[in-house]
Design a protein around this ligand. Structure first.
Ligand code: GCB
Length: 604
């Protein structure tokens, strides 16, 4: 692969991890003088000496923490800085800094030196900083974060200059329906690796008869030409007992596990999400230093036909949600309390799947999905694409390269979603998505790809390049609001039309209704709890009929929980299509969804 590896920083006998999370000094770049920080080289000294700084928690979005409208709606750069100490012992190691996600553009300086930059939120990046550090002393890290979205960014946005009174303001506009939260959204970790280290691991699993097959490829780094590497791979079960006595040797190979415990999704086994550990050790002859990395893996197969998706040779039916990484005050920042609560609620309601709408979720979220046996449709950050251009195509492909590099070994990930609601009716959309699909398939032929479609079946130009057709449709909401009677036939008709046109499995990736908790009305009226319940129930009837037709493979309610959007008069405090409120309590419909999802679990 062209990209260097992006293994999650895990401690081991050869690797140390030190978190830089906590309060950082923070300054907004003045609007009207966007370049000030660069001109004055704010990274070159303590920010607090030259500017009035505030304290900003990392990880978090910066938008909703203060009472400042200016900060909430800021467009352009902000600066983060903190200091930290590095022990002298780290001189013997390589040291890296890793950002789980910075939205959208990041530039990083270590002490006085520029270290790296990264474009694209929701995906990790790291850089080796060994040569920039003061060992046994104090260091300073500075990060400039710019949230500006343009027609060439993923996702796309537009900057509009407005003149009100006598000043000009840059306004960020975007068509996607979630707030463009910004900041250092996920953990910042310092981590060490030995001089010669395991750079990347790729695992593919299979099953032949009663034998589990684990194929692996190890990418080493730091080897000199004359050095003779020794790479050793073994597999441990969940109790840390060797699953096979003999380790495998070499940078690639196959390990066979007799009668393995398979990775099953929720509801298909009393013990879903079973994980083994792939333990890799790398050393060189005549050197005592050994690098050790432990990767959790699940043994499963995945296959698809023109009507179904098969996991361990069994057809799967997905019952779940589109979600968001969104919570009160924190915005899109990783919040482990919310992550834990969300997975409690997902279990309570009987879901077995979710889509990471509309961007890749954190490593920490996917770790839980692997462990609990959720089926994940893993979505790249391309949402609402409208102006297809060569630069955008390159970035879009990059987003998939980075996503697949990060998540390729995860058993929970059973599909790549290469876009949400792109304008697939446009003439250029065909060639564009042909190329994105090609790129994705070349990187990972083991998983099917999909797009969450919004355009009408007849006008679509992208479906032929996909393996699974997903569609988002708001019957009785955006289409025919109030017309509960129109739902069943429309949903069935559309699913059939997609299948007829492309002869591929079909799932419904979004449907739902905005609902104000506490608003009640009979007969059902838009925005009431009764209305949401009824919209969902009508869809359930349609899905049950579709399931008899043999090509329908999943239902995903929009949305798991209420979430924040840009300000508009169609949103009350944000998007209210959640079955749970933004503070993660059930609306009335949640109890009905729970009945259905448990019924499906029993039936399947
Ligand atoms: C959609 C989008 C999603 C929106 C949703 C809505 O089709 O994919 O991002 O939030 O509709 O509620 O309008």
């Amino acid at each position: 692969s062209l990209l260097p590896g992006m293994l999650y920083p895990r401690e081991s006998e050869s690797r140390e991890v030190k978190s830089l999370d906590g309060m950082w000094d923070f300054v907004i770049s003045p609007s009207g003088d966007a370049l000030k920080g660069y001109r004055e080289a704010w990274f070159a000294d303590e920010l607090s000496k030259v500017e009035k700084v505030m304290q900003m928690p990392v990880p978090s979005s910066y938008n909703d923490i203060t009472t400042s409208r200016k900060l909430r709606d800021h467009v352009g750069a902000v600066w983060y800085q903190r200091s930290f100490f590095v022990p002298s012992s780290w001189r013997e190691q390589r040291v890296f800094v890793r950002f789980g996600s910075v939205n959208y553009l990041a530039q990083v300086w270590l002490n006085d030196e520029f270290v790296t930059n990264h474009e694209m939120g929701h995906l990790p990046f790291e850089a080796e900083i060994s040569s920039y550090l003061v060992y046994g002393g104090k260091n300073r890290i500075t990060v400039a974060v710019d949230n500006t979205l343009l027609q060439t960014s993923v996702p796309q946005g537009k900057i509009i200059d407005t003149s009100i009174d006598n000043g000009t303001t840059h306004l960020q506009t975007y068509t996607f329906d979630f707030f463009n939260y910004a900041g250092i959204h996920r953990p910042v970790l310092l981590h060490t690796k030995p001089r010669i280290y395991i750079e990347d691991i790729t695992v593919r699993t299979g099953l032949i008869g009663d034998t589990g097959i684990v194929k692996y490829i190890i990418q080493p780094a730091g080897l000199q030409e004359h050095e003779i590497p020794i790479c050793r791979v073994s597999i441990l079960d969940a109790k840390d007992i060797l699953a096979v006595q003999e380790p495998a040797y070499g940078f690639s190979g196959t390990i066979k596990i007799p009668f393995p415990k398979l990775w099953w999704p929720r509801g298909m086994s009393p013990n879903p999400g079973y994980l083994y550990t792939l333990k890799v050790t790398l050393s060189v002859a005549n050197d005592s230093k050994v690098d050790v990395y432990r990767l959790p893996i699940g043994i499963r197969t995945l296959a698809w036909t023109n009507t179904s998706l098969l996991l361990n040779d069994k057809p799967i039916y997905m019952r779940g949600f589109g979600r968001h990484e969104d919570s009160i005050l924190r915005g899109r920042g990783l919040d482990l309390v919310t992550v834990a609560r969300d997975h409690e609620l997902l279990q309570w309601i009987g879901a077995n799947a979710y889509r990471t709408s509309h961007y890749p979720y954190s490593d920490e979220v996917l770790d839980i999905a692997d462990r609990l046996g959720f089926l994940i449709i893993d979505e790249c950050p391309s949402v609402d694409t409208e102006n297809f251009s060569p630069i955008l195509l390159t970035r879009h492909k990059d987003s998939l390269s980075e996503l697949i590099r990060r998540d390729k070994n995860r058993p929970s990930v059973i599909m790549w979603s290469i876009a949400n609601e792109p304008r697939t009716q446009l003439p250029e959309a065909g060639e564009y998505f042909k190329q994105v699909a090609h790129h994705t398939k070349a990187l990972d032929p083991t998983r099917p790809i999909t797009i969450a479609m919004a355009r009408a079946v007849q006008e679509d130009k992208a479906g032929e390049y996909l393996d699974v057709i997903s569609f988002n449709r708001y019957n009785a909401w955006y289409n025919n609001p109030g017309r509960l009677d129109a739902i069943i036939s429309r949903v069935i008709g559309e699913a059939e039309a997609w299948h007829r046109k492309y002869n591929k499995p079909v799932l419904m990736s979004e449907y739902g209704a905005d609902t104000m908790p506490g608003l009640h009305e009979l007969p059902e009226y838009v925005w009431s709890e009764e209305y949401q319940k009824e919209v969902l129930s009508k869809h359930f009837i349609a899905f049950d009929q579709l399931r008899n037709e043999g090509f329908f493979i999943g239902e995903f309610i929009w949305n798991f929980a209420d979430f924040r959007t840009a300000q508009t008069y169609i949103r009350v405090g944000g998007n209210r299509k959640g079955v749970f409120t933004r503070d993660r309590q059930p609306k009335m419909a949640a109890f009905h969804v729970r009945k259905r999802y448990y019924f499906l679990q029993k039936e399947l």
